[in-house]
Design a binder for this molecule. Structure first.
Ligand code: ADP
Ligand code: ADP
Ligand code: ZN
Ligand code: ZN
Length: 840
């Protein structure tokens, strides 16, 4: 048949042939993409690169794979939709290494992701040094996650948690009614416990510290759970009488001591914030049995190179590699172990396997990580490279690896290592499809697929597909201008700082007692190789200390799991410079919302104005529709079938549930009566369907709406639809929406803006727009500090602080500081040569 011939043809010619791709904004795209080489997908943000590489090619490969899998197993996959495409021929199986949006949820570590921990456990079990007379133990006994290995004192956690009167009752001058027992639940749950104590005849209106110790201990620590009648709303005196009379209570309440409640919540809750709250009433101390090493004594008694496995897992990978390398070569201090020749062989085999794996990780610039480092604490770029390094060792071939901006978070010096790893995968006989903005990576491509010409509806076409050089001829391509144009930036005169923010004694991760100053009223870039300490300094220490100064609640990162390791106090203080700062604004890449109920229009506040405009139309006034009527989150105006979601979930037997457009409103989200109201011939659902650009024309007479739309266009988001759900936005888009929301506030000056790698996901053309926006913030009297690798941003800033010189233990110092031209001349800075290149 025809399809079979086409498939055979594609296989022979070595091309993946895509016909009629229409996913998201793709305009019925036909394109042939070669296999077994490095293909880079380029184009401005929102042009459709990911829709082609991930949404079409990877999704189709996954769909085919899943067809061969038993239905119940399909549920285990985070399945993507069936792509909108006519046909794809010649597509090999695909592995996606996508950057995670939001934090990773699994409680894994560098050692488990890379499988190096397994290897070390084997090494200790089979070739470790045992104390005389101790029998050999199995590899599992070296894992804190198994019953054989876990320390009995802490169940493998390394920490023991306890609650004390002080930790649960922080302010003993309060009464129970005033919530002295802070560890009890807030809201109803806490009132319930109070009412139970009233029934039991205890005084809830005396300051905690005046209650008898015996009673306090009982309330906090008892395991008893008396069930008593509860009379909410009655005074203690009235309750006493009601109990005496045997009045019918509202309900029977069960008492739970504060300790019981706290420990139970910590162990059982599914909610990250509840867990975090419980943790805040607990004190943790290193386990006295294992000293925090999480393993049984017998397991810790086995050593390799003189160290137990816990100590070895804490070493930076670079040190671990240099320690293991001699054994891999068959030498090593105790290599001539004549008594156990078989042990020596096993040791050499495992050590050389581990050394190979470690080398790939070092090559990837990850030598500063340790095996025990938890993956939720890694940046998305670090995690992606970790998984990439693991793949290099998987010995797969004939596979397409689909990658999403692997250079994110990488200093130009690190990017070179990344390219070597990609080469390794290619040499092993694999195809690489990479979505990337970094010019250094694009230059290494064997083949470029350039998507554009612009974003959203103005994009979605393949402008060019071929070897890089041919892109020179494609005048409509934005990539062409940056790839072949002059890279040097226009020299500018740095602005003068208005003052200095001085930090002293900063200690955190690899920063040790660091003194550092940030200029005020200018644009500062903090640069350095990845792992040098930029985020520790800026996104962690500076953010927390500045927030503390301003009296905000300390900013707690939202992780899906309460990670006890993440609760580290930061050492250091801000010695001067905060007088001139009234507000701290952190513009990060976290999603603007986790449900389709929040979107661009709701997040920016733009939708409030739009709803008021609709409520002010004569037709709405006549029907007495207020602004709330035009919210899809409010019952009166929304479609009742889908409760304003626009789609309904369809449960399928044995398959993941799918979302289908709502049969009543067909995705409009509103009920028919609401949709009858029109403003300039368009109803509210049609307005939500407009792009920012279209809405800008449409609301020509509404200055407030226009202002918001104007800034959104300025940050390059004119292509987004107003109602685009938060869940469909990339991290970079979310970050620019936050930036635009800040910009439209037009607050004059005195704010401190902190951005961590704002160019992630941005095409060079979009980077230029971003720099203009940051400049405007500075012109309005604000201070802007960015952590950034893009040398054009570094060159365009007024001041540069270069952290390093290396990563981890080799970093954490200020290597160079000053205006860009000055830092570019530093002999010690690893940023200098790359910066000099764009400045010349
Ligand atoms: P790029 O990778 O080039 O930045 P994308 O392929 O992510 O671009 O996006 C192309 C267009 O498709 C954009 O207009 C974007 O807003 C839209 N889009 C992306 N993801 C989705 C989605 N899940 N649903 C609907 N539209 C989407
Ligand atoms: P950069 O931002 O320059 O890439 P980071 O500040 O993220 O560097 O990291 C600096 C050092 O601190 C690295 O050695 C890194 O492994 C370590 N580090 C960062 N975050 C954590 C953490 N949550 N727990 C332990 N070590 C960390
Ligand atoms: Zn222990
Ligand atoms: Zn509906």
């Amino acid at each position: 048949g025809g399809a079979g011939d086409a498939a055979e043809g594609a296989r022979r010619t070595g091309f993946v042939r895509v016909r009629g791709a229409r996913e998201h904004n793709l305009k019925n795209v036909d394109v042939d993409i070669p296999r077994d080489v490095l293909v880079v997908f380029t184009g401005v943000s929102g042009s459709g690169k990911s829709s082609l590489a991930f949404g079409t090619l990877y999704a189709e490969a996954q769909r085919r794979y899943l067809e061969s899998v038993a239905p119940y197993a399909r549920r285990l996959f985070n399945q993507m939709g069936v792509p909108q495409v006519d046909s794809i021929d010649g597509l090999p199986p695909a592995v996606a290494l996508q950057q995670q949006r939001g934090s990773s949820t699994t409680r894994s570590s560098v050692g488990s992701v890379t499988t190096l921990s397994n290897l070390l456990r084997m090494l200790y079990s089979r070739a470790g040094d045992y104390p005389p007379g101790q029998p050999i133990i199995y590899a599992e006994a070296f894992s804190p996650h198994t019953p054989e290995g876990a320390c009995p004192g802490c169940h493998g956690l390394g920490q023991v948690y306890e609650v004390t009167e002080q930790s649960m009752v922080p302010d003993p001058s309060l009464t129970i009614r005033e919530r002295a027992v802070a560890a009890w639940p807030t809201a109803w749950g806490g009132q319930n416990q109070r009412d139970i104590l009233v029934t039991l005849g205890h005084d809830v209106d005396r300051p905690w510290r005046e209650l008898p110790q015996e009673l306090r201990d009982w309330i906090l620590f008892t395991d008893e759970q008396p069930v008593v009648p509860v009379y909410p709303g009655l005074t203690p005196e009235e309750t006493r009488r009601a109990v005496k009379r045997g009045d019918e209570p509202n309900y029977m309440g069960t008492f739970s001591s504060a300790r019981r409640h706290t420990l139970h919540t910590f162990a059982n809750t599914q909610s990250a914030s509840m867990k975090k709250r419980a943790l805040s009433f607990m004190l943790s101390t290193p386990c006295p049995v294992c000293g925090g090493k999480r393993l049984r004594r017998e397991s810790l008694s086995v050593t390799f190179a003189g160290m137990d496995i816990a100590d070895l897992s804490r070493l930076p990978l670079a040190r671990l590699a240099s320690l293991i390398l001699p054994y891999a070569g068959g030498s090593g201090p105790d290599a001539a172990d004549d008594a156990h020749p078989e042990k020596a062989i096993v040791r050499q085999r495992i050590a050389s396997d581990a050394a190979d794996r470690l080398n790939v990780l070092l090559d990837m610039g990850l030598g500063y990580l340790s095996l025990e480092r938890s993956t939720p604490s890694l940046s998305p770029g670090e995690l992606q490279r970790l998984r990439l390094a693991t793949q290099v060792h998987s010995n797969l071939f004939g596979v397409v690896y689909v990658l999403d901006e692997p250079s994110a978070g990488l200093h130009p010096a690190d990017t070179e290592a990344l390219l070597r790893a990609l080469d390794g995968l290619k040499a092993a006989g694999n195809s690489l499809f990479v979505v990337e903005h970094d010019l250094d990576v694009i230059r290494q491509a064997d083949w470029i697929v350039d998507v554009g010409p612009a974003a959203g509806e103005q994009g979605g076409e393949v402008l060019y597909s071929g070897p890089p050089d041919g892109l020179r001829e494609i005048e409509i391509s934005q990539t062409r201008r940056h790839l072949f144009g002059a890279e040097a930036v226009i020299p500018r005169t740095p602005r003068e700082p208005a003052g200095w923010l001085q930090m002293e004694g900063v200690t955190r991760n690899n920063l040790r007692n660091l003194d550092v100053r940030f200029p005020l009223g200018v644009l500062t870039t903090v640069s350095g190789v990845s792992g040098s300490g930029k985020s520790s300094l800026v996104s962690q220490a500076l953010v927390e200390l500045a927030a503390e100064h301003l009296g905000h609640a300390p900013v707690i990162e939202e992780t899906d799991e309460a990670d006890p390791d993440a609760v580290i106090a930061v050492g250091g203080r801000i010695a001067a410079g905060m007088e001139g700062i009234s507000r701290l604004v952190r513009v990060d890449q976290k999603p603007i919302g986790r449900t389709p109920r929040s979107n661009l229009a709701t997040y920016t506040g733009l939708f409030d104005h739009v709803r008021r405009i609709f409520a002010a139309t004569p037709a709405a006034k006549k029907r007495r529709y207020d602004a709330g009527r035009f919210s899809f989150n409010v019952a009166k105006g929304r479609c009742e079938t889908c409760e304003g979601e626009g789609f309904v979930m369809v449960e399928l037997l044995f398959l993941p549930s799918v979302y289908a457009p709502c049969p009543t409103c067909h995705g409009a989200r509103y009920n028919a009566a609401t949709l009858e109201i029109e403003y300039r011939g368009q109803n509210i659902a049609q307005v939500l369907g407009m792009t920012v650009d279209a809405a800008y024309e449409f609301f020509a007479d509404e200055p407030q709406v226009r202002r918001s739309l104007h800034v959104l266009r300025e940050v390059g988001l004119g292509y987004l639809r107003l109602g685009q759900p938060a869940t469909e936005l990339s991290g970079g888009e979310a970050q620019r929406i936050k930036l635009a929301t800040e910009l439209q506030r037009a607050q004059r000056g005195h704010a401190l803006y902190i951005l961590d790698e704002p160019t992630t996901g941005l095409h060079p053309a979009d980077v230029e727009k971003l720099v203009v926006q940051l400049d405007e913030l500075v012109s309005a009297g604000n201070t802007v500090i960015v952590v950034e690798h893009d040398m054009r941003v570094v060159a365009a800033s007024d001041w540069v602080i270069d952290i390093g010189p290396g990563a981890g233990e080799d970093g954490g110092r200020v290597v160079a500081e000053g205006p860009p031209a000055e830092v570019a001349r530093s002999a010690e800075s690893r940023t200098a040569p790359y910066l000099a290149r764009v400045l010349e």
